[in-house]
Every structure is written in structure tokens, then in C-alpha cells.
Ligand binder design. Structure first.
Ligand code: FMN
Ligand code: SF4
Ligand code: SF4
Length: 333
């Protein structure tokens, strides 16, 4: 999902933001997080808005870095970011937390923020990309209302794997609470992020598209998941997937598995054998066969369309003589 993200459309004046925070703090009965942004990294430019939302009842200030100068990962800008966090943490009574985007890669963000006086880390923000181009009409922007626009914001579903990457990497490396969002669309997505170490989750596109009632369905999907899996609360799920990962990367990289075909399910659609990447899977005597050169990467399995069960799976490799078959049906026999 794309949108032009103009400063005026996405931001409020301090006075309007203050009123909104005060109203929400009064009416909603939940802790209010205020998102504060500025166009410069000068801490003095951030302080008045942070103090204003604090006075209005916000319980945490999230620092929106979206409009800051690039490159945000340059040593100079990283130092300024850490100075900004330190400056605001010293002067506010409520905690501060930066909102990351992919301009600070997850491992790097973990390294620089682990010791920072931030109470939490939010990840990830929408990503600045070139506007979609209309190739038929002189290569201008496809936004007819803004033909000269150069960049736009990309957000929504596609971000989920990246957001989960930040969840996992940060959860394993930083002490701060993590608010993970970006591409989360359902309660099940939220459970996944929490299982990968998120403390809380954030939804933007899902609620922008589905309206505020979407929040109810997200909560009910989460509740249903917890009940049906015998969990008494969300804290039981937090980080659960991290514990179950094999920590030793070498065991993942060099584990001895290979693909196997279940010929009773295979429709001979050809998606696995048509891949240009792999010579380890071929049609031999009118059947799909996995050869000894299979490394168990799983690409053919991802391509296999049979449902509900894929006709390809990974099995422990039993290295056979070249030409011998390795099929799931056979290994069950
Ligand atoms: C219209 C709009 C306004 C946004 N305003 C803010 C903001 O003020 N502060 C912020 O941290 N993120 C802001 N975001 C980014 C979202 O919080 C979120 O990080 C991003 O959209 C990815 O999540 P999603 O896939 O759930 O939309 C905004 C996003 C949209 C679409
Ligand atoms: S698992 Fe990977 S290496 Fe093995 S056959 Fe499939 S695509 Fe090829
Ligand atoms: S992708 Fe799956 S169904 Fe299609 S030929 Fe390969 S194993 Fe058979």
C-alpha cells in the first residue's frame, strides 16, 4: 500500500496533538503513547512538543524519525540520535522510545540502542520508496494528483517479514520493551510478533482500512488463539518461538536434509522442476525425482501448490547412490 506522505497530512500541530492526547487520556482509559516528530535532530526542536504531550497525559513519547535527514545510519546522525534520546530522557518524566525504520538495520539498531536510555523500541515505520511510475505516459508518477512526486511511503502487509526480523533480532539483543508493527494485519500476525519477542504490537494499515472495529476482531483472534492453544495469557506466548529456534546457526546451515516427493499427491504441475536455480529435482521416467545434489534449501517446497498438504517436504537426508530415488511415498513404505 502506497501513499504520498506529506508532512502536513501526517502530522498535527502541537496544540492539536495536545488536545487529542488529553481527550484520549481522559476518555480511553488506556495508556496513551504520543508520536512526536521534527524535521531536525536538534534536541531543542523536539522538547516543547514532548513536554506538551507529557503535560496532556501521554504515558510515553515515541520519537518519530521519519522526517529526519538521511542517511540516518551515518556515524554523525547515529550520534545525534543517541544525544536526542539522552537529552529527552533527562528532561521528561515519562519514558521515550525511538521508532525505527529500515534506515537503521536491525543488528545495527540493536548494537547502538542496547545501552541507550530508551524505555522501548518501536519498529518498523513505513519505508520511503520511489513513487510507482506510469510507463505508458512519459514515465511520470502514477499518482495523477501528484505527477511530479518523487518518493512515497510504502506500508502494509508486505512489511511483516521485515518487522518480524526486527522483533527477533532486537528481542535477542536489547533489554528494552519492543513495540512491533508494520505489516501486521490480524490477531494471528500479532501472536507471531509476540512469539518472536514483541512486548506489544502496533497496527496502522489494518485499522486505517478496516476501521476501529478491526481492533475488536484482532483482539478476538488473539483470544481465540490463546484459548485454543491452552495459554492463560499473552505473557505465556511472549518469546516462545525464540526459545524454540535452533541457536546454533551452523546446525541450520549445514543440517542434512533433502526434499522428498509424495507421488500420491504430486500433480506433475512442473513448478518445482521448472526452477532455474536447482538441478536437484527433475522429471525422471515421468515422475518428479529428487537427486543427490539436493541441498534441502526448501525452494521447491515453497513453489509446490498442492493443498492442504504439499507433495514436497523436507526429510532427513539418506545419501544414496546417484540415480536412486528419494521419495516421501517410498520412505514411508
Ligand atoms: C497515514 C499514516 C500516518 C502515520 N503516522 C505515523 C506517525 O505519526 N508516527 C509514527 O511513528 N508512525 C506513523 N505511521 C507509520 C505507522 O505507524 C506504521 O509504522 C506503518 O504504517 C507500518 O505499519 P502498517 O503496515 O500496520 O501500516 C503512519 C502511517 C500512515 C499510513
Ligand atoms: S530443496 Fe532446494 S536444493 Fe533440494 S530439490 Fe528443492 S530446490 Fe533443489
Ligand atoms: S510442484 Fe509439487 S505438485 Fe508440482 S510437480 Fe512439483 S511436487 Fe508435483
Amino acid at each position: 500500500m502506497w501513499a504520498l506522505s506529506t508532512f502536513r497530512r501526517e502530522t498535527l500541530t502541537v496544540e492539536r496533538g495536545e488536545k487529542l492526547v488529553a481527550g484520549a487520556a481522559r476518555e480511553a482509559g488506556i495508556p496513551i503513547i504520543a508520536s512526536v516528530g521534527a524535521l531536525t535532530m536538534d534536541p531543542e526542536a523536539w522538547l516543547p512538543a514532548c513536554l506538551a504531550v507529557q503535560a496532556a497525559g501521554a504515558r510515553l513519547v515515541q520519537l518519530d524519525l521519519f522526517y529526519l535527514p538521511q542517511p540516518r545510519c551515518s556515524p554523525d546522525n547515529v550520534r545525534k540520535l543517541l544525544d536526542l534520546i539522552g537529552f529527552l530522557a533527562d528532561r521528561l518524566d515519562i519514558p521515550v522510545a525511538p521508532k525505527l525504520n529500515i534506515d537503521l538495520p536491525a543488528h545495527y539498531a540493536a548494537e547502538i540502542l542496547a545501552g541507550a536510555p530508551a524505555a522501548a523500541i518501536f519498529a518498523i515505520d513505513s519505508v520511503r520508496v520511489p513513487v510507482p511510475i506510469d510507463l505508458t505516459t512519459g514515465m511520470t508518477s502514477r499518482f495523477i494528483h501528484a505527477p511530479n512526486a518523487g518518493d512515497c511511503s510504502l506500508f502494509g502487509e508486505w512489511q511483516k517479514p521485515l518487522s518480524l526480523q526486527y522483533a527477533k533480532i532486537l528481542a535477542e539483543r536489547v533489554p528494552q520493551a519492543l513495540c512491533i508493527g508494520g505489516g501486521l494485519m490480524t490477531g494471528i500476525d500479532a501472536i507471531e510478533a509476540i512469539a518472536l519477542g514483541a512486548t506489544t504490537v502496533q497496527f496502522a494499515t489494518a485499522v486505517i482500512r478496516g476501521g476501529f472495529t478491526k481492533i475488536r476482531s484482532i483482539i478476538s483472534e488473539m483470544t481465540h488463539y490463546l484459548d485454543s492453544h491452552g495459554h492463560s495469557g499473552i505473557s505465556e506466548v511472549r518469546g516462545l518461538a525464540l526459545e524454540r529456534f535452533v541457536v546454533d546457526e551452523r546446525r541450520i546451515l549445514f543440517r542434512d536434509v533433502r526434499a522428498a516427493v509424495d507421488h500420491t499427491i504430486c500433480t506433475m504441475c512442473g513448478r518445482c522442476t521448472n526452477q532455474t536455480f536447482c538441478s536437484g529435482i527433475k522429471v525422471v521416467m515421468e515422475r518428479v525425482e529428487v537427486l543427490n545434489t539436493c541441498d534441502g534449501c526448501g525452494m521447491c517446497i515453497a513453489a509446490c501448490p498442492t493443498k492442504p498438504v504439499k507433495s514436497l517436504s523436507l526429510v532427513p537426508a539418506v545419501r544414496r547412490q546417484e540415480g536412486e530415488r528419494n521419495s516421501a511415498t517410498e520412505s514411508r513404505e
